[in-house]
Design a binder for this molecule. Sequence first.
Ligand SMILES: [Zn+2]
Length: 519
Amino acid sequence: MNWFKTATNRNTQVSCAALIVMAMIAVTCQPLAAASSHHDSGLEQQLLASITQLASDDFAGREPGTDGEKKTLRYLAKQWFDIGLVSGTNDPSHPWFQPVTLVGREPVGSRADFARRGRPVLVAPGDVRVMTFGRRGIVQNAPFYFVGRMAGDLPSRTELAGRVAVIFDKPAPRVGGEVLPLAVRQNALLEGGAAAVLTVLDSYRTIASVSERRRHQGFALADDAPEGDLEAYITMDGMARLLGGREGLDALSNEANRPDFAPRLLDLTGSFEATTRQTTIRTHNVIGRLPGRHPEEGAVLLMAHWDHFGTCGTGKPGEAHLICNGAIDNASGLAGLTEIARRLVHQQGGPPDRDIYLLATTAEEMGLLGAQAFAESPPLPLGKIVAAFNLDSIAIAPAGGPLGVVGQGMTRLDSGLATVAREQHRKIAASDWPNTFLKRQDGWALISHDIPAVMITSAYGDRPRFQHYLETDYHRPGDVVKPGLELGGAAEDVWFHVALVRYFADPRRWSASVSSAER
Ligand SMILES: [Zn+2]
C-alpha cells in the first residue's frame, strides 16, 4: 500500500509540472487529462479488483470447459452489461457467448515393428514412439525411404507414396541459408504423400519431450480436426540397432551431410500403429459491443484471452500450490479490456462513430483457437474491422516507460499508432524484439485472416521486466496477485487504448478505404 502512495505522489508532481508547461505553450488542459503521464491510482485499484477476482482460486485457473470457465464468462458478461455494452455475437440464440467446440486427441497407443531385409529387428520400447493427430493411424510393412535432412527439394509423390520417409531431426541449411523447422519438414513429407515420417532424434529432442509436446498441441477446432497422419520418433540408439550398429548410423548421418545427397531406399521396412482418445471441449468466446453512431463505417476490435491452464503445478515437494491462476496472463489483459470499455462509454462526446467490439477469447493457450474461431465465424464481416488491439499480460512495467508493439511493421496501422502516441506524449520503442512474440498471441489469428491487429503495451516496452516474468512466474503457479503487483504501465495502457479506439473509430481521422488502398 505504501508503494502506491509513494508512486502517486511522485507522479502528481510530474503532472503539475507538465500542466505549467502546457499552459505556457497555450494548449488546453483537456489532452492532458487523457494523457497517460498522469498516474491514475483509482484506475489501478479497479484493475487490481478485477485481476484479484479473475485470478482467485475460486476461478480455478480459468480452464476451458470447466466450472472455472462458467465463473469467468459470467463475471465478464456481467461487468460488460453493467457498463452498458450489448451482446456482440449477432446471434440471438447465443447472446454474449459464442460457442467454440474443440476436439482433443490424446495419444494412448503406440506400436512399431521393424524388419531389415525381411528379418525382424527388435528396438526397445523406450527408443521409439508413434503418434497421430487422427483417431488411429496405421501402416503395414512399408519400405523406408531416406530423405536425409531435407536441405534439397521435396521428393516427388511417386517416391514418397506408400513409404516411410526417414529424416534426421537436426536440419541442414538449404540453398540460401534457410533452415526448416522439423514440423515444417514433417508436414511437407506427409502432404507430399509419405505414409509416415520416422524422425531420428539426433538433436536436443527426446522421446519424452516429443510426447509431452504432442499432449499440449492435441487440440484443434472441431471443424479442423486433422485425420490420419502418422509420425514416429526413434532415438539414436534405436536407429543404430536398426542399422546393425553405430557405424551404420554414422555412415547414414555423413551421407545426409553431403552436398550431393540424394534420397534413396533403405533395406528396412516398418509397421506402425498409433491410436488416440478423443475428447471434446465445449467452450466460448465472450463478445460485447458498444454501438457506434455510424456502424456502417466499420468497427474497432479490442481483445484479450480469458483462458489459462487450470491446474498446472507439478506437485513436486515444496510446490504446494497447483492452480495456475494466471494473474498477469491474462487476468491483467481482461481487466484492461473492461476498464477501456468503461472509459469509452463514459467519455464526453458520446459513443464513437464506429462500433467497438470487445472480445474475450477462449483457448489461446491451446494455440489461439478461440481467436481463430472468431475469425472463421465472425459476428460482422471481417473486412469491417479497421483495427484490432490485443491485450495480453499487461501488468509488467511501471508507469512512464515506452510502448512496445507486437506486429510493428506488419499492418497498415503504424502511422495511426504513431499519431496517437504523439498526441498522448508516449514514446514507441523502436525495438523489433516484441515481434518475436507475433505468432504467440491472439492478434496473429486475425492477421492471418487479413485483419490489421497489433498489441501495443508498456509490457513489451520493458524487455528486462518482461523477460524476468517469462523466466519466473510465466505459465507457472507463481503467476498470482502478489503484494505490490505492478499496475502503473497497465493503467497507462488503458488510457492509451481509450485514445487509440477514439482515433481509429473516427472515420474522419482513420479512413478505412484509404487504409485498405494502402495495402
Ligand atoms: Zn499464456
